[in-house]
Design a protein around this ligand. Structure first.
Ligand SMILES: [Zn+2]
Length: 145
């Protein structure tokens, strides 16, 4: 086991969303659907292509961990227990698919964040457990290094 696997190698973690896949022998990834008729790519599972309308032509595909920032907002008020401010972002992934998540490892300052800036998807253990004590793997965006 290479040492760099340590950050994501946490057995027993559950995916925080259904489209986050955690293979036994590989790195976690975001799953999408690709239309066999028109090649459009969407986040998550679906049966009908909303680009060309084809039915039952969707196949599961691994989405890229690279993308660019489409839009963001800096959140100053949230639920109790959620640390603010944080940056909520929507990212267009390379090769298709659009993903919403939090942008981290950057100052929550509109001067420092640019639309279209390259970002990457990273996977981390979620900071909180659920009521049953289950731990989750979640994803974030960070500026591409
Ligand atoms: Zn299609």
């Amino acid at each position: 086991m290479p040492p760099e696997a340590e950050t994501t190698e946490s057995p027993g973690l559950l995916p925080v969303v259904p489209f986050l896949k955690i293979p036994d022998e590989a790195d976690p990834y975001i799953e999408g659907s690709r239309c066999k008729a028109c090649s459009a790519v969407f986040l998550g599972e679906r049966n009908t292509c909303s680009s060309c309308g084809a039915r039952d032509q969707m196949e599961a595909t691994q989405l890229s961990n690279q993308g660019e920032l489409y839009v963001f907002s800096i959140v100053f008020r949230s639920f109790p227990g959620i640390e603010v401010p944080y940056v909520s972002a929507i990212v267009d992934l390379e090769g298709g698919g659009t993903l919403k998540g939090n942008l981290i490892n950057i100052e929550p300052d509109p001067e420092k964040i640019q639309m279209g800036m390259p970002v990457e998807v990273i996977y981390k253990k979620a900071p909180r457990k659920d009521a049953e004590g289950n731990e989750y793997l979640t994803y974030y965006f960070q500026p591409k290094s």
